[in-house]
Design a protein around this ligand. Structure first.
Ligand SMILES: Cc1ncc(COP(=O)(O)O)c(C=O)c1O
Length: 439
């Protein structure tokens, strides 16, 4: 099969999910209140009293070979134990504050707000969650540092991971240097060419960088295979909320600090919750990190923006797994997936390498189906315009991934009532993207 995961024998199954076979999974650890959707859930989304860990309705699960079941169960047990461990939580909180630089600001973008005012001087208020200001220049460090602490606690000496835009790789390399862990990072050759300075930084920080023919999905496949060969000593440091349980739940939990801070900061700034949250969606981590805290707040709209690529109507020139994908199994979990009629993975395309992934978070897949998540695409050109707009109006260079979320403001803002509070996740800095954006 064309699905790259064949290398690690994980099944890649094409769609066809009978309605109502699987119950909705509510994450037991967090405030996932599925009864409060703003829209009526689709008919195949049902509720169950006893949730199944790792399942989000029909999505998620653990579609892996036998060899991975035991390591994943071990990981799940460790993850569950740290959620109640005060010592771990205190160590993580200190690292997030002093090493990562949390909390990141919630910045009122005055000029952008003015730009979107109508002729009567009315329009929404735009705020940016400044994840670009975190150590490493993106939202990635918060998850990486938590998992590095987990790896140490599990007695692991080495870390294996995969990166796309390089932000996760740089974060992993930095944290491994800090905690004296060996670090091996797989990256696609296409992404290496697009992000040469990230590769240099990973190496400078002491990581072994391994090139894989292709892009992020190939790097993930290769890193998983390497992990299977080193199950005893290697910790697989997932940077994305995709893959078999418990990875999507764990990664989302570590990123959800973004939304928790946003709630607190919104309360301090305007005494309420945001009206609209907007984030780009590659695999869905930064979006879930912002959204998760607000899932139960009926009034808060959650909007995910995917890479529309060149904006063609053909299926193979974008990265819009949620908008244009179909349900299938990929990299060990059920999710929306870009695939052809035979279940073969379709090549993804985006100006932002971090958005190029054929699958997407199972939890976001569920939120889409339930009607809680709105998802749209913007084209490469619209994203590049959004990138320049933020530079010109606010003096902030956003990552090309985040620029997709900024680009969508053009469509969103004219539809919003005066004074609506919009929070856009500025998921990373675009310093690496300057050359790419000027092409
Ligand atoms: C800065 C930045 N934002 C967004 C993304 C998109 O990924 P996700 O949807 O998992 O947040 C990436 C991926 O590498 C990224 O580096």
């Amino acid at each position: 099969m064309a699905c790259n995961i064949r290398m690690v024998s994980l099944p890649c199954v094409r769609k066809v999910i009978p309605a109502c076979l699987e119950p909705v999974t509510l994450n037991t650890n967090l405030n996932f209140r599925s009864t409060s959707f703003t829209k009526k859930p689709n008919s195949h989304v049902v509720q169950e009293k006893t949730p199944t860990p790792g399942k989000f309705g029909i999505f998620g699960g653990k579609f892996v070979p036998e060899t991975l079941i035991s390591p994943l169960e071990k990981l799940e047990a460790e993850f569950n134990s740290i959620l109640e461990d005060h010592e771990f939580k205190a160590e993580l909180a200190a690292a997030l504050r002093d090493y990562v630089g949390r909390e990141t600001p919630l910045y009122h973008a005055h000029n952008l707000t003015d730009h979107y005012k109508n002729i009567n001087g009315e329009g929404p208020e735009i705020y940016l969650k400044r994840e670009d200001l975190g150590h490493g220049g993106s939202y990635k460090m918060s998850n990486v540092i938590a998992q590095a602490l987990l790896a140490k606690r599990m007695g692991q000496k080495s870390v294996i991971t995969a990166t796309s835009a390089g932000n996760h790789g740089v974060a992993a390399a930095a944290v491994c240097a800090k905690y004296s862990l060996d670090c091996t990072i797989f990256i696609g050759t296409r992404d290496m060419q697009r992000n040469p300075s990230s590769v240099q930084r990973m190496k400078l920080l002491g990581a072994q960088v391994k090139a894989v023919d292709g892009n992020f999905q190939a790097a993930v496949s290769e890193s998983t295979r390497s992990w299977i060969e080193n199950l005893e000593t290697g910790y697989y440091l997932a940077g994305t909320a995709v893959g078999p349980h418990p990875i999507p739940t764990m990664v989302r939990e570590f990123y959800s600090v973004i939304g928790k801070e946003t709630r607190k900061q919104a309360m301090e700034k305007w005494g309420g919750v945001p009206d609209v949250l907007v984030a780009c969606v590659g695999t869905g981590c930064n979006a879930l990190g912002l959204f998760h805290e607000f899932i139960g707040d009926e009034s808060v709209r959650m909007i995910g923006i995917e890479g529309g690529g060149v904006g063609s109507n053909t299926r193979d020139l974008h990265s819009a797994s949620l908008v244009r994908g179909e349900v299938g199994v990929y990299h060990g979990a059920m999710c929306y997936l870009l695939q052809d009629g035979d279940g073969q993975i379709i090549r993804t395309e985006s100006v932002a390498s971090g958005l190029e992934f054929p699958g997407v978070s199972p939890e976001l897949s569920f939120l889409k189906d339930s009607g809680r998540l709105e998802c749209y695409t913007v084209t490469d050109q619209e994203a590049l315009d959004g990138y320049k707009r933020l530079c010109h109006f606010e003096g902030i260079i956003p990552a090309l991934e985040a620029s997709h979320a900024f680009a969508y403001l053009e469509k969103l803002c004219p539809t919003l009532p005066h004074g609506a509070k919009v929070v856009v996740n500025c998921s990373g800095t675009g310093y690496n993207d300057v050359l790419q954006s000027s092409k």
